[in-house]
Design a protein around this ligand. Structure first.
Ligand SMILES: [Zn+2]
Length: 139
């Protein structure tokens, strides 16, 4: 599996980066085969961001996250009984991967550039004024 590329958990099709945040996501083509527990096209309500769950693709249990009038379908690898359980297990599975990823990102980041201020120049010019003043005072 190529890192950084999100693939459909059913057909292995390459998916938009957006889906990287969703575990075991399903592409729009495979979603077309989705049925609910009554073997019908899943129903959802865009006003309440809710709908049928779990749902099934090729007889395999999946969960849908309904939001913003749409949804993301995710394949259940743990035979969970609720969407919350699915999230919890998927989260635990991804946590270590994410931790490793962020650790390697931090290592790639170089040391911060040292900021160079203009203080020195200002100090020098004010000193030269003092010198001029002291010279004129001597006269
Ligand atoms: Zn697919």
């Amino acid at each position: 599996m190529h890192p950084g590329i999100t693939r459909c958990s059913f057909c292995d099709a390459e998916m938009d980066r957006f889906f990287a945040n969703y575990p075991n996501c399903v592409c729009r083509e495979c979603e077309k085969r989705t049925v609910n527990s009554e073997n019908k096209v899943p129903d959802f309500n865009t006003f309440f961001d809710s709908g049928d769950n779990p749902i099934f693709i090729d007889g395999i249990k999946c969960w849908r996250r309904y939001k913003f009038g749409g949804f993301v379908t995710m394949r259940d690898l743990h035979d969970c009984s609720t969407l919350e359980e699915f999230y919890r297990k998927a989260y635990n599975r991804n946590r270590e991967e994410r931790f490793n990823e962020s650790a390697s990102k931090a290592a790639r980041r170089g040391p911060r550039e040292i900021e160079t201020g203009t203080d020195t120049e200002e100090v020098q010019s004010s000193r030269s004024v003092e010198v001029v003043q002291s010279i004129s005072a001597r006269r």
